[in-house]
Design a protein around this ligand. Structure first.
Ligand code: NAD
Length: 258
């Protein structure tokens, strides 16, 4: 049955992969980012043409509480209801804690963590009324483990994992599930952006940075793909996942097994 999915931060990377995966299942899809360019709306048209579903782009800045909530209400106004929420928008900044800029800390906590609180709060009443709902929070291996110099990111992602468990308990008797996916490294613009600095910092070539720095903790020595994350979201929205709630699924090539 056709459902309506809102994927935050989905004009790129993992979010875009998830949008394609849910569109391929025939669901209505709302893609989102903070920009409002022709390319964003063109991307929505491309997804719809490729999969024959309905796809809409809605601008909303996930650093702002009212825009997070408005994203859900606008999507519901367009499609009647929001059945699936994938909280994916995220940014990164790498610095020692004593050098970490305060505004950057606040921004990462707002986008990577608080936005999930706002979208879930706005969507849960609709899901309860519709009698079905799926929430998938894109956390990270950094929601389960830590790395130095990523204090805001690690804090936000651990927060998302905790919030996922609370929402699962608050919805346990409803036909609603809430889970988190914890990817290891996935080659997306967010990761790509970390490569040049790391090459310079360690005086390494690209391949060495990828294998020895980025994938150092990923035992498979391979990036996860956006298609694999999309497939995991589709699984969590499928009937076989009905009793899976309040948990994390790692897609990390063995990182968290270490
Ligand atoms: P990306 O940079 O390709 O995508 C991030 C998305 O978030 C983009 O669509 C961007 O426009 C959007 N975004 C950023 N700020 C926003 C804002 N204020 N409002 C709305 N949208 C905003 O990165 P990605 O690697 O695809 O990351 C997606 C999610 O997956 C993030 O939450 C990230 O933490 C998580 N993740 C990524 C990896 C990885 O290795 N790539 C690993 C684990 C977790």
């Amino acid at each position: 049955m056709t459902k309506t999915a809102v994927i935050t931060g989905s004009n790129s990377g993992i979010g875009l992969g998830v949008a394609h995966a849910l569109a391929a299942e025939g669901h209505n899809v709302v893609i989102n980012s903070y920009s409002d360019r022709d390319e964003d709306h063109a991307l929505a048209r491309e997804i719809a043409e490729k999969h024959g579903n309905k796809t809409l782009y809605i601008k909303a800045d996930m650093s702002k509480a009212d825009e997070c909530r408005a994203l859900i209400t606008k999507a519901a106004a367009e499609f009647g209801c929001v059945d699936i929420v994938v909280n994916n928008a995220g940014i990164q900044h790498v610095a020692a804690i004593e050098d970490f800029p305060v505004e950057t800390w606040d921004r990462i906590i707002a986008i990577n963590m608080n936005s999930s609180f706002h979208t879930m709060a706005a969507a849960l009443p609709m899901m309860r009324e519709a009698g079905w709902g799926r929430i998938v929070n894109i956390a990270s291996a950094h929601g389960l483990t830590a790395s130095p110099y990523k204090s805001a990111y690690v804090t936000a992602k651990h927060g998302v994992v905790g919030m996922t468990k609370v929402v699962a308990l608050e919805t346990a008797e409803d036909p609603i599930t809430c889970n988190a996916i914890c990817p290891g490294y996935v080659l997306t613009p967010l990761v790509e952006a970390q490569i040049p600095d790391t090459m310079e910092k360690y005086g390494m070539d690209r391949d060495t940075v990828v294998r020895e720095v980025l994938l150092e903790r990923q035992p498979s020595k391979q990036f996860a793909t956006v298609e694999q994350i999309g497939g995991t979201v589709v699984f969590l929205c499928s009937p076989n996942a009905e009793q899976i709630t309040g948990t994390t699924i790692s897609v990390d090539g063995g990182w968290t097994a270490l």
